[in-house]
Write a protein that binds this ligand. Structure first.
Ligand code: MN
Length: 545
């Protein structure tokens, strides 16, 4: 190859066909256009050749079919004359740019058909290298992409709808969690007074209770704990529904569970009155595969229903049918019974059947929750009923071999009251006066403590500087700012930065606790407070110093 035709090495020549090649491909004559027309007629897409003067030089058969125009009415005429309104500013711009830059361009646009339907067209503008009869021209190849475009838009719309539905579900879930957490907090606060003062009365060695009073306080505590369990159970229903409930499945001895439930229900039965007919103790000498707390919860629910929906002076009969593979517990009442229709809706949440008209209290979630719990334990629950005779509710659980014996839980003993050399200051920040009174009384069980209290976190900052407490007990929900902010400000002050702090809150969600420990609290105590647990925690923190 000679140096005249070869561009310098390393430098790319601008695209330009050689003179020989140009002559071969240029459409310089009308005859060439005719040949070109024959070729383009075999193409299904619409093809036209338009000059920079916007005059048609060529159209193929597909073009004529689509527009309904005859070729002889088109060639030699301008686009605005042939298809008025079709040469939009965008198309005109694309054509002139393509011819000016000698570069192909693609334009996708939409127009409305006479019937109102939308049509999406994709046109490729390919510039000819050489002018045709002195005019620069481009071949326009137009493809109908309506179906493709519609499909893409439908996919996008359905993806957006899916995303919106997901966001809505997540929003609802967050609202539910907030509500649950708020409700838990509101219910636990009064429970703190009931259970806290009850524990104080029961264990007051300076002013011991009489035997009767001991029994009354015991009933208050048993009832209060039951109520607390129910509060937790309502929250559990939410967790069960979202599959976040933890179960501790293990072999459970049936007898103590059933006996405890019957003892809890005895006062309610006396009040109605309804006779509680107990099972043969021998039939209860077996183990089942269950979570004992959850099983108790189910049995309490069935027993309380059997008592509440009974007739005056009726019977509640509890029977146990142990088998090699499964154990069945049957709880029968002598109430009005259920129709077949009612039996069907029994285990649906918030269905209270005909009870809505009666004055029996209940939330209507008990049986629904019981069914969920039984399923989670791998068991079953059901009912047989006869109108005007009574109903029998049964649960079936898998039999289990007894678990290896382990030591019974130690009673909540008070920590040893070692003599402290001097009075040590504990500052409690709590906006609820009853909670503060309870804390004062509970901490009085530890000798040598100086108890200080304020309802205001702002005042707490001042008090902490002056009193130099050895331990801080901080409520979380406070006026002015919350316990987290209070801890942050205490930590920012050199005088108070090293004082350990225990969070004392009615917020009992695992996330609350995790957040508090992460924020730097040494421990997290939930209301209702357990006397023994509180005293242990306080003493532990003071011993560390
Ligand atoms: Mn508070």
């Amino acid at each position: 190859m000679g140096p005249r035709t070869e561009p310098p090495r390393g430098k790319r020549a601008p695209y330009k066909a050689s003179a020989r090649v140009r002559r071969r491909v240029s459409l310089a004559s009308a005859a060439d256009l005719q040949t070109y027309e024959m070729v383009t007629n075999s193409v299904a897409d619409m093809v036209s050749v338009v000059g920079e003067d916007e005059i048609y030089r060529l159209v193929n058969d597909a073009w004529c079919r689509q527009t309904g125009l005859k070729r002889e009415d088109v060639i030699g005429r301008s686009v605005s004359e042939v298809l008025p309104g079709s040469i939009t500013a965008e198309r005109r711009h694309t054509l002139s740019e393509c011819l000016r830059d000698q570069r192909p361009a693609v334009l996708r646009d939409v127009f409305t058909q006479p019937g109102g339907a939308l049509r999406y067209l994709e046109t490729t503008y390919a510039p000819f290298a050489e002018p045709v009869q002195g005019v620069r021209c481009a071949a326009l190849v137009t493809r109908d992409v309506t179906a493709e475009e519609m499909a893409a838009r439908a996919t996008q719309a359905s993806q957006e709808a899916l995303l919106a539905a997901k966001e809505e579900a997540e929003r609802a879930n967050r609202a539910k969690s907030r509500f649950m957490s708020l409700m838990s907090h509101e219910l636990r606060t009064p429970m703190n007074a009931i259970l806290g003062f009850g524990q104080l009365l029961r264990s007051d060695k300076q002013h011991p209770l009489t035997a009767d009073q001991q029994q009354y306080v015991e009933e208050i505590l048993v009832g209060g704990r039951h109520l607390l369990t129910l509060i937790n159970d309502v929250l559990d229903l939410g967790r069960i529904e979202s599959g976040r409930l933890a179960m501790a499945l293990q072999p459970v001895a049936l007898r103590p569970v059933v006996e405890e439930c019957l003892a809890l229900m005895a006062p309610l039965a006396q009040q109605r009155p309804v006779r509680l007919l107990l099972p043969e103790p021998d039939t209860l000498q077996c183990h089942v595969h269950a979570d004992s707390l959850r099983l108790k919860q189910v049995l309490l629910n069935l027993l309380s229903n059997a008592i509440k929906y009974n007739r005056r002076d009726g019977d509640v009969t509890v029977r146990c049918v142990p088998g090699p593979k499964q154990v069945e517990l049957r709880i029968s009442d002598t109430g009005i019974g259920l129709t077949a229709d009612q039996s069907q809706r029994l285990f649906v949440a918030f269905e209270r059947l005909g009870a809505r008209q009666s004055n029996v209290e209940g939330s209507g979630i008990g049986l629904a929750l019981s069914r969920q719990l039984m399923r989670a334990m791998g068991g079953e629950i059901g009912a047989d009923s006869e109108l005007d005779v009574g109903s029998t509710f049964w649960v079936r659980l898998r039999s289990a071999a007894p678990a290896p014996a382990h030591a019974p839980e130690p009673p909540a003993e008070l920590p040893s009251t070692a003599q402290a050399p001097q009075r040590r200051c504990v500052l409690y920040v709590e906006d609820n006066e009853v909670n503060a009174l309870l804390m004062r009384a509970m901490l009085a069980r530890l000798p040598g403590l100086q108890f200080e209290h304020t309802v205001s976190p702002l005042q707490a900052l001042e008090m902490a500087r002056v009193l130099k407490p050895e331990l801080l007990l901080l409520d979380i929900q406070l006026p002015e700012f919350d316990g987290f902010e209070l801890l942050r400000r205490l930590r920012a002050d050199p005088v108070t930065q090293n004082v350990p702090a225990i969070a004392v809150s009615a917020g009992a969600m695992p996330a609350d606790i995790e957040r508090a420990l992460h924020a730097g609290f040494a421990a997290y105590l939930t209301k209702p407070l357990d006397l023994g647990e509180l005293l242990h925690a306080v003493q532990h923190q003071l011993e560390q110093r």
